[in-house]
Write a protein that binds this ligand. Structure first.
Ligand SMILES: [Zn+2]
Length: 668
């Protein structure tokens, strides 16, 4: 076999195996063998770039970055479906279509997945484009991201001529969603709210590599090519053999009564499905009949969605407890009489803050209604005041911290109450260390969120600088801490000494200093002392640093214990300065805003941007009246040029930019 034959054969094998694994759920080889084959193909492709193929199985892993998604028009519109909420509505619908068609009508009935609709275009059997539904006429081209979803076939099985569109729903299975959230919580990140929004957000990520780590699946529901099938049931039964992923639970029937049974069954049993569904879709089976029925101005007449009622139930509110966050914020939580809601037992519901409780006049002992949207934590939607006891008392938000007993404070304009016992309130101490070690901060490997609590509760650490004094003999033997884990933990802590300053700054957990703000501050002030010694005026003079952030930094720096901890971190050689490559060379471009566009001959576009930033200038992606200069290379888009001219913005070349920086500024 020569190289090209080898590459083609590996591609074919890998496509086949992933089809067996993901669509048929019947793998023939182990994951390990699959990975080995993929690695082999990767190597061959790398060594022989002339055989590059956009739809090679190696392209699944992602890696491309999309800065902004192009809009693409669907070749036939993606209609939304008319909704019905009762079986009566469906009978009415049948009456209406039977007025148009007097022969027998067969229906297909499928589950309505709660995900994001996608339009896949195949040309000669290969995926060429994946576009979101958007407004139904046009959507965003998310091809690179969709390619990473293993149930989207990159090449169809069989011979296909010409071009057609296939439509489906991209969903995140509940198990994958829960796993993703678990790892987010462990990393100190906010958990995602529900699978649907997470799937939709994932498709819009800029880095397709990140998308490939999201557990997404594509379930196909139609192929827009009348040549391929005569009716919908034929599509459902055969599309799998083309490589498409079809969900098996569907119903084909002429009788609405049978369809009602299907609907009632799934309304009751939906919580047992691997995905979230919000109803059932009924379609006229025969494509010729569909053509006769046609469309209203908004919907196809031949289809109808039956929407399930929101999952909602009533129960008793037994008590209200309070969680203390790492910044001292107090979140009230409702403890409910356990009740079955959509297949899961619900015991708690979020009460958000004092205003929420006040606005609904929620009281302990009330009979309340809870609803499960797509969100993990159910919410209270209503209070049945007729069931309220006569001696019921209005709920008073506590004055003192439930964990440490110090007086709570509520600042003006803030929805939350705060415990200000920064150094003595245990959940705050644990929360701060958990934040410090999280992935986006010091990213300490071998140290999980629970271990932090364990170490604090065993009196081994009380703040994040104590981590660096931990000894092997202190931790080995603690709960779930064998020799190997203890070693990993110590090494992980040592490694964190190389984490750059901006992430250390974020890890300190100063209120309102998130990732982006930390980056800005690090770049502007260059080291920790400059930040902590700055006064209010100096802080708010920094671009995008507002009063709230400035006040919070000053509050942090005025706390003696914080300064002690930082000094101790300094002694442990934590990075408290930006490294030289990130330092500003000059501030000659200070206060000037640049847009960079086109291709340059002496620098890459990123080098031009870096040159501007390290000389104090600001980069923005689009031209506005605030833009000072447009730095133009060749092949710049005509619309950018037009806009710059219209707004009277100076257009300069790369040479003019370097002159500007070196001081030969003929332009000022
Ligand atoms: Zn407290």
């Amino acid at each position: 076999m020569n190289i090209s034959e080898k590459i083609f054969s590996l591609r074919k094998k890998l496509h086949d195996h992933s089809y067996r694994y993901y669509v048929l759920d019947d793998p023939l080889i182990s994951d390990y063998d699959f990975d080995m084959m993929l690695k082999e193909l990767e190597r061959l492709e790398e060594e022989n770039p002339e055989y590059f193929d956009v739809n090679s199985p190696t392209q699944r892993v992602g890696g491309s970055v999309t800065k902004s998604f192009i809009t693409s028009v669907h070749s036939t519109p993606m209609y939304s479906l008319d909704n019905s909420y009762s079986l009566e509505d469906l009978k009415e619908w049948e009456k209406r279509i039977k007025k148009i068609i007097d022969t027998q009508i067969e229906y297909t009935c499928e589950l309505k997945f709660d995900g994001v609709s996608i339009n896949l275009t195949y040309k000669e059997g290969e995926l060429v484009r994946a576009v979101t539904r958007g407004d139904g006429v046009k959507g965003d081209d998310v091809t690179n991201n969709v390619k990473t979803i293993p149930t989207v076939p990159l090449k169809l099985r069989g011979d296909f001529k010409g071009e057609f569109e296939a439509r489906g729903e991209i969903v995140m299975p509940i198990s994958g969603f829960n796993k993703l959230n678990l790892s987010r919580v462990e990393n100190g990140e906010e958990p995602f709210k529900n699978p649907r929004n997470t799937a939709s957000g994932s498709l819009k990520l800029q880095d397709s590599k990140e998308v490939s780590n999201r557990p997404l699946e594509c379930l196909l529901y139609s192929v827009e090519d009348p040549k391929l099938f005569n009716n919908h049931i034929e599509f459902l039964q055969n599309a799998k053999s083309y490589g498409f992923n079809i969900y098996n639970n569907y119903k084909h029937s002429t009788s609405l009564d049978e369809i009602f049974e299907f609907i009632e069954h799934w309304e009751k049993n939906r919580s047992g499905l691997p995905f979230e569904i919000d109803g059932v879709v009924l379609k006229v089976n025969d494509f010729y009949q569909r053509e006769v029925l046609g469309f209203t101005s908004k919907f196809p007449r031949w289809a109808m969605a039956y929407k399930f009622k929101p999952e909602n139930t009533g129960t008793r509110l037994n008590s209200i407890s309070f969680q203390v966050g790492r910044t001292g914020s107090i979140t009230p939580v409702a403890n409910l009489e356990p009740v079955n809601l959509a297949g899961t037992i619900v015991k708690r519901a979020s009460l958000h803050n004092a205003d929420f409780i006040e606005s609904m006049d929620i009281r302990v002992g009330d009979f309340v209604y809870v609803e499960k949207g797509g969100d993990i934590i159910p919410k209270i939607t209503n209070v049945d005041k007729s069931k309220r006891a006569l001696d019921s008392k209005k709920f008073e938000f506590p004055e003192f911290c439930p964990e440490c007993g110090s007086k709570l404070q509520r600042l003006e304009g803030e929805a939350n109450h705060y415990c200000l016992n920064y150094n003595g309130c245990k959940p705050q101490i644990i929360g701060r260390i958990q934040h410090y070690i999280s992935r986006k901060a010091l990213d300490i490997e071998g140290l999980g969120q629970e271990t932090v609590a364990l170490l604090v509760n065993n009196g081994l650490i009380n703040n994040y600088s104590d981590l660096y004094d931990l000894r092997f003999d202190q931790i080995v033997g603690l709960e779930r801490m064998a020799e190997k884990s203890a070693n990993n933990l110590i090494n992980g802590i040592l490694d964190s000494k190389n984490i750059p300053f901006e992430r250390v700054l974020y890890g300190l957990g100063i209120r309102y200093v998130g990732e982006t703000v930390a980056k800005k501050l690090a770049k502007h002030f260059e080291n920790i002392d400059n930040i902590l010694n700055s006064d209010f005026e100096k802080l708010i003079s920094v671009d995008e640093i507002g009063e709230k952030i400035a006040k919070s930094i000053i509050e942090f720096s005025q706390n003696e214990q914080n300064i002690e901890i930082i000094n101790s971190l300094k002694n442990h050689n934590i990075q408290f300065e930006i490294d030289d490559s990130a330092k500003n060379i000059s501030s000659i471009l200070l206060g000037k805003s640049f847009v960079v566009s086109g291709v340059f001959s002496n620098f890459s576009r990123d080098e031009i941007k870096k040159l501007i930033e390290t000389n104090g200038g600001k980069i923005s992606s689009s031209i506005s009246s605030k833009t000072t200069y447009l730095v133009a290379g060749s092949n710049m888009g005509p619309s950018k040029k037009e806009k710059a001219e219209k707004l009277n913005i100076k257009i300069i070349s790369e040479t003019e930019l370097t002159n500007l920086i070196s001081g030969q500024n003929l332009l000022f």
